[in-house]
Design a protein around this ligand. Structure first.
Ligand code: ADP
Ligand code: ASP
Ligand code: MG
Length: 410
């Protein structure tokens, strides 16, 4: 008998029929003698709908009140699942974040989990109940409802698994595991039997939304056994997130390709090449709480240089407005900007011990006539910024060039 935390995503609870299907799956695990804590997302599309409602009221919704609104999606699904389970003869009890209680800091819309009280849940499990917890939400020390950022139910599930010392945390979604890249973009993408924590953290942070990055960080920190599986298939082992030293790891150098359309590029041209210029440009951007991702500053010629960086697409206009002031202040010649760019990244721990990976990437893109606008690298990834219209082509050719459609030798 094991204690298992299962999380079902938006598509998996997208209708009452699908919630009944989740209830049947839960019942099957229960019948095998396991204790179950089930974490749910809101029905698919619901969180977007709630955000849109809030934006009808305020262009930039008040963060505290936005959390009050968007957290309601999960409250609906947990109640429905509890009812569905009772209908098939199982005892179940639902909990909102504040009821658990799962406390967070007060950074509304991107709160971080601080503590989880497992007492009530343990008592319910001891009585044979299925415990159902609303994902994505918590409560701060002032008693305000908080949310954990988009995709945050993954993190709720892993954090609960860590707090309860569960034997496994299973993330059920609409694909049957983590693939070499998004299978909706590259049909030849292959499911990985295992992927390392490091690779998964990179892939999640570089745009693969199959797991929220914080959930993977949590799993790594608290050594939670984490698996991604399909909620629509009855069989299948999904993908296990492993530590690097694990045996029978797939031996590919590049494990996967991630991409992110949420990018916009800003190029400040002809800025004086002198100390303090990066601070003068990026300081006001940081003060406005706009996150900067890739940065390039060229070697100057004739006393001036170009300075380029990327920001999230949603912040593009705000960043440009700020920079118009900066431009006058630092006497930059011109600002050239483009919000139709995308970042794609190859990721793999094998890159540490192999060279030539980046050059294969650049050659493959060159052969397709795809221009690289920016590059950034770390030990286990290479990212490039390209025109968004070439993104899918770029992902497909790189997927092939690195043999990701082929089963690697183990
Ligand atoms: P859920 O609602 O269950 O949380 P998400 O939509 O957040 O599901 O995440 C699942 C989706 O992630 C898949 O439908 C797939 O399109 C996308 N995805 C992106 N990259 C990958 C990848 N490398 N492997 C699997 N799925 C991926
Ligand atoms: N419902 C939230 C979202 O859409 C949380 C989640 O699904 O994980 O982002
Ligand atoms: Mg998700």
């Amino acid at each position: 008998m094991a204690l298992i935390v299962q999380k079902y995503g938006g598509t998996s609870v997208g209708s009452t029929e699908r919630i009944k299907n989740v209830a049947r799956r839960v019942a099957k695990w229960k019948a095998q003698g396991h204790d179950l804590v089930v974490v749910l997302s809101a029905m698919s599309g619901e969180t977007n709908r709630l955000i849109a409602l809030a934006k009808e009221m305020q262009e930039y919704p008040d963060p505290r009140e936005l959390d009050v609104i968007v957290s309601t999606g999960e409250q609906v699904t947990i109640g429905l699942l509890a009812m569905a389970l009772k209908e098939i003869g199982l005892d179940a009890k639902s909990y909102c974040g504040w009821q658990v209680k799962l406390t967070t800091d007060s950074s509304h819309t991107k709160a971080r989990i601080q503590t989880i009280d497992d007492e009530a849940m343990r008592a319910d499990l001891a009585e044979g109940k299925v415990v159902i917890v609303a994902g994505f939400q918590g409560v701060d020390e002032l008693g305000a409802i908080t949310t954990l950022g988009r995709g945050g139910s993954d993190t709720s599930a892993v954090a609960l698994a860590a707090a309860l010392k569960a034997d496994e945390c299973q993330i059920y979604t609409d694909v049957d595991g983590v693939y070499t890249t998004d299978p909706r973009v590259v049909p030849e993408a292959r499911r990985l039997k295992t992927v390392t924590f490091e690779e998964m953290i990179e892939m999640a942070s570089l745009g693969s939304k199959v797991l929220q990055i914080r959930s993977v960080e949590f799993a790594g920190k608290y050594k939670v056994r984490l698996r991604v599986l399909s909620s629509f298939e009855d069989e299948g082992e999904g993908t296990l997130i492993t530590f690097e030293e694990d045996e029978n790891m797939e031996k590919a150098i590049v494990a996967g390709i991630a991409f992110d359309r949420n990018e916009a590029r800003i190029n400040v041209k002809g800025v004086p090449d002198k100390p303090g210029i990066a601070y003068q440009i990026l300081g006001p951007i940081a003060d406005a709480n706009i996150e900067v991702d890739m940065i390039i500053q060229n070697v100057g010629e004739h006393g001036t240089t170009d300075f380029s960086f990327t920001v999230p697409r949603g912040e593009f206009q705000r960043a440009l407005t700020i920079l118009r002031d900066v431009q006058t202040h630092i006497s930059a010649a011109k600002i050239d900007a483009d919000d139709k760019v995308a970042k794609l990244s190859i990721v793999g721990v094998g890159m540490r011990s192999h060279c030539g990976i980046a050059s294969t990437m650049f050659r493959t893109l060159a052969e397709e006539g795809i221009n690289i606008q920016m590059i950034s690298t770390s030990e286990i990834k290479v990212s490039v910024l390209v025109d968004e219209k070439y993104l899918e082509l770029a992902v497909r050719v790189l997927h092939k060039a690195f043999g990701l459609d082929q089963q690697p030798e183990t």
